[in-house]
Design a protein around this ligand. Structure first.
Ligand SMILES: Cc1ncc(COP(=O)(O)O)c(C=O)c1O
Length: 356
């Protein structure tokens, strides 16, 4: 059996056998009377976007632009409604309700466990150890424990949300090696643009059981348009394509996403990333001497995790200057922890003033 066939054999048999829904053909050269749409555009729309028609299921121009940006072939990309949809699709494709399990490493992004719970899969929690790094021996032991019950998925997030740190590449490599032939490893790189290390996308060719999730919601500033990408072996993309709803991405997302991937927009994005990285360092240094905080964790993302003497006081102080931040008090592996997104320089000034 080839390596990719072994990976595919980990997926649910009924999904492998599923014949995908045949959506209305995409034939832009013909006038559409094949999808029961309205022949008229919405009353208030004047920008030429055909919102009265179902959108192109996987918009060719956007897929091509994102493939070029990530350095992969177009058939290695599946676009969905944010990387949240990628998390859901991967979980549904691989996990049988009541039988399969996934590994998550808290504190980390909550959607991996939520998607597993919705699908009826068990979550095996292997907490991050000191400095929020992977507990590699525990993950390897779980992967090798018993062939019948091997967790189907291993969820890794780097830079990790909400802690902000990059997972050690050598640790991720060990997990990928240990999972070969047994499980699928997903590296969620939602914040990759803020980090200096290379993307795991470069390793996809050597590891068909690796999936990388990317998004235009963070560095590219398009959270409201919900554009995420599963980047993987083309056979895995084909498998997930069977279960994504037929018209996942609205036409507005396709248009604005494609513009965001063109050189002029990418140049602005790069400047903004540089700005946010400089601001992250400025805020980190300033908050390091805050009398309200016990610790400011290093970050490779567009946010900082801080530990407070009294997290409630920090929330109150920031609310008093009009800012809402994320309360992580008491979450698995965290203490009086608050996550602060890096904003504009003016917003960051307010953070610094109110916590100094
Ligand atoms: C680590 C991580 N992954 C995925 C997501 C989902 O992002 P989106 O669905 O907007 O692509 C987020 C959002 O905060 C995140 O922090």
């Amino acid at each position: 059996m080839s390596e990719i066939d072994r990976v595919l054999s980990l997926a649910r048999a009924e999904i492998r056998a599923l014949k995908a829904y045949e959506h209305a053909q995409w034939r832009p050269e013909l006038e559409r009377l094949h999808a029961n749409e309205s022949p008229w555009p919405p009353i208030s729309s004047s920008d030429g976007l055909a919102r009265h028609y179902y959108p192109e299921p996987q918009p060719t121009a956007l897929v091509a632009a994102m493939a070029a940006y990530y350095g992969v072939d177009a058939d290695q990309i599946l676009l969905g409604r944010g990387s949240d949809e990628g998390i859901d699709l991967v979980t549904r494709a691989f996990c049988r309700a009541g039988e399969d399990s996934v590994i998550v490493c808290p504190p980390t992004f909550g959607m991996y466990a939520v998607a597993a719970a919705i699908q009826g899969a068990r979550t095996l929690s292997i907490p991050l150890r000191e400095h929020f790094q992977l507990d590699v021996p525990a993950i390897v032991a779980a992967l090798q424990a018993s062939c019948a019950n091997t967790p189907k998925l291993v969820w890794l997030c780097s830079p990790n949300n909400p802690t902000g740190n990059r997972l050690e590449p050598s640790d991720i490599r060990q997990v990928i090696e240990a999972a070969r032939g047994r499980s699928v490893v997903i590296v969620d790189e939602a914040y990759a643009e803020f980090d200096a290390t290379p993307s795991w996308i470069a390793s996809l060719a050597q590891h068909p059981h690796l999936i990388v999730l990317r998004t235009l919601s963070k560095a590219h500033g398009l959270a409201g348009l919900r554009i995420g990408a599963v980047v993987a072996h083309r056979a895995l993309v084909q498998l997930l394509r069977k279960i994504i709803p037929p018209y996942a991405l609205p036409c507005d997302s396709a248009r604005w996403g494609t513009i965001a991937m063109q050189p002029p927009a990418l140049a602005v994005t790069r400047e903004r990333i540089d700005c946010l990285r400089r601001e992250r360092e400025r805020v980190r240094v300033a908050l390091s001497s805050s009398p309200l905080l016990t610790r400011v964790w290093p970050s490779e993302a567009n946010f900082l995790l801080v530990d407070a003497y009294d997290g409630g006081l920090v929330l109150d102080r920031l609310a008093a200057v009009g800012l809402i931040v994320r309360d992580f008090r008491g979450k698995s592996g965290l203490g009086e922890s608050i996550r602060i997104t890096i904003g504009t320089p003016e917003q960051n000034d307010r953070i610094i003033r109110s916590l100094s």
